[in-house]
Design a protein around this ligand. Structure first.
Ligand SMILES: [Zn+2]
Length: 170
């Protein structure tokens, strides 16, 4: 859906028909931080049944210590290098996918090849700023005029809307 274009009406009233749930309407995050990031990551991993290996702890700490964020494997690998965490890009990829499988992260693609991982796993949608390659959360809800009729035997698992932005000229 990377070419989805939606006109955003900033004055739009909430709870319009067909609106997709926004993070504002959702319960607070499951993982309340206690002030000790390493302890938090360890219990987060335990809660989802992942063994808290040294690499998972280190990458989890890099991922989750800064609040909600969108990150690519390359950026996380770069952060790991700077933090002197010895880990290969392949391991970063594997770990991100493991975290995604157990629901600690949400994965979404922009431009087909660029995969972002989102530490906010609640349903929400994104702006993508062209040129800056920046991903931002859309704070409110996004209205969809009509959902498609899905093929027999399927149901909609999730709707990801990416609204592409570019700077106005002049
Ligand atoms: Zn997000």
């Amino acid at each position: 859906m990377s070419t989805t274009v939606i006109n955003i009406d900033r004055s739009a009233k909430p709870a319009s028909p067909g609106a997709i749930a926004s993070r504002d309407q959702l319960p607070a995050r499951d993982h309340q931080r206690t002030g000790c990031p390493f302890h938090d990551v360890r219990s987060m991993l335990r809660d989802v049944g992942l063994r808290p290996t040294r690499q998972r702890l280190a990458l989890g700490w890099l991922l989750f210590q800064k609040g909600d964020r969108h990150i690519t494997a390359e950026i996380l690998h770069d952060e790991a290098s700077k933090a002197r965490v010895p880990v290969s890009l392949a391991t970063v990829y594997n770990t991100l996918h493991q975290f995604t499988e157990v629901g600690l992260l949400r994965e979404f693609a922009v431009d087909g090849s660029k995969t972002y991982f989102d530490t906010n796993v609640h349903e929400h949608h994104h702006y993508f700023v062209e040129g800056d390659n920046e991903v931002l959360d859309i704070p409110g809800e996004v209205g969809m005029a009509r959902m498609p009729e899905v093929p027999e035997g399927y149901e909609i698992a999730r709707v990801d809307v990416i609204v592409r932005l570019r700077r106005k000229e002049g």
